[in-house]
Design a protein around this ligand. Structure first.
Ligand code: UDP
Ligand code: MG
Length: 320
């Protein structure tokens, strides 16, 4: 019997978990031809999430968990999950029921058809502010135009991954993780299904504007070096413009003997150039910071306690 794992990263989800579990049970009951595993990754929650998970795990031995030593962020929590899921495929699900478990049977049937990455694309984006929406659309546009691999807009982490994708993702152990990009980077046979994303059932979103901005910068810096080229090109254009301007003033002074009213030109060009230089140094710094973080080779997450299952066919596994 094939084993299907459900991976759920949780951070302060004590209100959502009691609502999520019955929904999952429904799906499991309907699909008895699979062996199921539910792996919760507690990402350093400050509320009673881990107690709830342990309680569920004591009652239902399909439920496994990993308790991380602190909050490492969803991206790292997902890697912890990939490392320990035992299924022939994994379905990544948010704890807040924004990713409807009712889509799981469809995902499974596509998986049976041979697709290796069945991802759910949002038809709408749920309740969110206008500004956040515009920012994320702009972000996807920048990524699309600047990176060589195709990024999928309006697609979250909600997807089914075959064992071959899990093993591929386990090999990508970069410190600054942008998993949505990694899903595209690994390739494999993809299939899209659409769904309507609802609102959170309980609790509130863990993302604020700054966290999202950080994730966006992560996404751009880990998948494209175009911003670096951007400052080179901008520098070249400005230098060329400045040269033309210099010639213009030189000729004007020689022919007309016209003393230049310097201050406005001077101050604007100094400020403009200063701004561009700072921006370029900033961009450079972003990349340097990534090299710095990577060079420390710290583990991506630390585990306090875990209860997990063994993967059945280690010979299929290409890593470790
Ligand atoms: N999450 C996590 N660690 C974090 C932040 C979030 O494991 O540091 C989990 C969270 O518990 C949820 C999922 O990631 O299961 C998505 O988080 P959230 O609903 O806050 O994000 P949104 O749906 O607003 O994008
Ligand atoms: Mg959510």
């Amino acid at each position: 019997m094939k084993r299907v794992s459900i991976l759920i990263p949780c951070y302060n989800e004590e209100e959502s978990l009691p609502l999520l579990y019955p929904e999952l049970l429904k799906i499991i009951e309907q699909n008895k031809n699979y062996e199921w595993e539910i792996l919760f990754v507690n990402d350093g929650s400050k509320d009673s999430t881990i107690e709830i998970i342990k309680d569920l795990s004591n009652r239902d031995d399909r439920i496994c968990y990993i308790d991380l030593s602190r909050n490492f962020g969803k991206e790292n929590a997902m890697l912890a999950g990939f490392d320990y899921v035992s299924g022939d495929c994994v379905i990544i699900l948010d704890a807040d029921l924004q990713d409807p478990p009712s889509l799981i049977p469809d995902m499974l049937s596509y998986w049976e058809e041979g697709y290796e990455d069945v991802y759910a694309k949002r038809k709408n984006r749920g309740k969110e502010s206008w500004l956040r929406k515009q920012f994320s659309l702009a972000f996807y546009r920048i990524l699309k135009h600047s990176s060589s691999i195709e990024m999928l807009p309006n697609t979250g982490d909600f997807r089914l991954l075959d064992r071959c994708c899990i093993d591929a993702l386990k090999q990508l152990r970069e410190t600054d993780r942008y998993t949505k990009g990694l899903f595209c980077w690994i390739g494999f046979k993809k299939k899209e299904i659409e769904f309507n994303r609802g609102d959170r059932v309980a609790g509130k979103s863990k993302w604020n504007f700054f966290k999202l901005l950080r994730l966006a910068i992560e996404g751009i810096t880990s998948f494209t070096t175009t911003p670096l080229r951007f400052s080179t090109i901008l520098g070249a254009i400005i230098a060329f413009g400045a040269f033309i301007l210099m010639m213009y003033y030189l000729i004007k002074t020689f022919i007309y003997g016209d003393p230049i009213q310097g201050f406005p030109t001077l101050i604007t060009s100094i400020l403009f150039l200063g701004g561009i230089q700072l921006l370029s140094i900033g961009i450079l710094g972003e990349y340097l910071a990534r090299v710095f973080n990577e060079s420390k080779k710290r583990p991506i997450y630390l585990i306090r306690e875990k209860r997990t299952k063994e993967f059945k066919n280690p010979q299929n596994s290409t890593i470790k």
